[in-house]
Structure formats: structure tokens, C-alpha cells
Design a protein around this ligand. Sequence first.
Ligand code: SF4
Length: 348
Amino acid sequence: MPEKVLLAEPRGFCAGVEMAIKALTWMVRIFEPPVYCYHQIVHNQWVVKAFEQVGVIFVDDIDQVPEGAPVMLSAHGSSPEIVLGAARRAGVVIDAVCPLVTKVHHEVKRMADQGFDIIYVGHDGHDEAIGTVAVAPEVIALVQPETGLAGFNPSDSSKVALLAQTTLGIHEWQSVLNDASQRYPDLWTARKSDLCYATTNRQEAVQQLSDRTDLILVVGSENSSNTQALVRVAEEAGTAAHRIDNAASIQDEWLISARVVGLTAGASAPDHLVQEVIDRINPSDGFELFSVTDEEEYFPLPRQLRGFLSALQAAVEGGFTARAPGRSGLLENDRDWTATEALQLIRP
Ligand code: SF4
């Protein structure tokens, strides 16, 4: 039975998820329910349910948003067509796309404009992949990491670009990159891969944990791509691993022969679920942090929301009190509160 839990650092919420959760929290505090959200704000069932309980309706079809309603677009990024459709229907549209997904959208646009054929390594049907492919569908080929480049035939092999979903497994990306580099010597790819810092840091921690643990548990939802990638990284490194939604998902037989358990969480999993898992495992020697790096990244709230909040603040202050010079307001304080605190605010 477990003597110790090694708790990965970093784990859980990334800067993009922090921003998206805080942005949707603002939406439910500003507007009367229902507030609409195109796609799950982040891929975590607990977070989605928490927002549903305070009147957020998640839709997979923008036509389900009533005319004039407030709508948020999810952190995974939406196609240009959805962004336009939302602008036509909704009263207020706030796009909570992660800036690191937007960066990939810009790369697609730039390479397509320069006449490149684009290989996009991603998971078919994932929200991020759907939104990114839709930026230039006529020149982009979605390549699944498992199947590789079979079937990709560029019109000019000297003009091929290779891009990726931000949450891929590092080994999956590396394998397609190696293959594409050999086939296309002039291959263009981003100087630092499209895999985001949160993906690579969490995978690095799991990679190192796998040498020190008998079992790795990854807290996160089934539809969370980066969570699934963490499980695959652990397995690839030779350590048994399971994705769990929460403490109740743990099966007793997993723990029988595990002396040291590694524990981490996908980028959209709230940390209280991780703490509950430690309580459930109840290791005889307690838990220790296992840190591979510090994360300092911070993404400001979406531009449209900042404009909205500034206007609101000016109206409130204009009506009741003069704003003291230098006094911090709603936006200046954004760095000082976390998505975890935001979720506590909306919990019934
Ligand atoms: S996992 Fe990476 S790309 Fe996705 S929201 Fe977080 S920081 Fe952005």
C-alpha cells in the first residue's frame, strides 16, 4: 500500500485556463442568467457543472444562442465562421481563446497566405483542432499522431509547414517532426514547437516522476487532451498510469503494490480534486512536492471583457464617487486573484 505520494509541480490550471475561468466568472456576475458559452469553457466536467449551476448554458452550435444573449467562446479557440456567427447573433461576445492557440491560428493564416501546404498534427474532433483547421481548410491536412504522414501529398514539397495542437504528447510530436523533416528538407515549423509551456512542463514532471514512482495518477476529464497526453507520457516511460476524474475513480487494486504514487493534474483540473485524491490514498509517510520548474505565465482577460469592465467601472465610479488617482480598479487587480478563488465565488 502507498507509503508516499509525490505531487508534481507544475500541475493543474495553466495561464489560459486561469484566464478563461475568471472571464466566465465575470460574465455570470455581470449578466443575468443565462449566459451562453460556445463549447465547454475548459475541458473539465467539474468546472463545467459548477458554471451550469449558476446559469451558464454550454452549446455546440452557435445557432442555439438566442438573439441578443451574452456569449463566451471557449479557451480552445473557435473557427472564423463561429466568431462571425457569434458576433451576428449575440448581444455581447467575449472570446476567451488562449493566446497560445491564437498564435497557432496566426501561423496557419501566414503560411496559407504564402502558399504553403500545412500539416497540422492534432486529434480529430477535438475543439482546438476543429477551430485551427477551419482557419485555412483548403490547404491544411489534419494528421493524427498515431497514423502519421500517410496520405499527405503536398502540391509542392518545397513549401510544406508543420504545425500542431498545443496539447500533444512530446513524443508524438517528435515522431511526426522527424518523419516530416526527412521527407521535406525545406520544412517550415515554428522555432519552438506549438506545444505550449503548460503541456511541456507537466509532461516533463511526469517523465521525471516515472523513474521514482510505481504508479502515476492524472486528475482530469476524459475529453481533456493534455490530461490524456500525460497518461501516455507515463506509460511510454514504463510506469502504470490512470486518468481519474476524482478520488472516487481510484480502484483499490491499483494501490495494492504501489509503494510510491506520482500524482498530477491536467491543465483544466481544479486543485481541490487533487487534494481529495491525496486524502483517499492516505499515504503512510504523507506527500512531498516534486517540482521541475516554476511557472510565471499570466494571460490578461480578453480584450472585449476588459473594455466592458472598464466602462462598467467608470459608470459606477462616475455615479457614486470620484475615482481617486492611482486607485486600483477591477482590471488592475486581475493578477491578484486566481481561477480557484473565482470558482469559490460561484459555488452555491
Ligand atoms: S493548455 Fe496551453 S494552449 Fe491550452 S489553455 Fe493552457 S496554456 Fe493555453
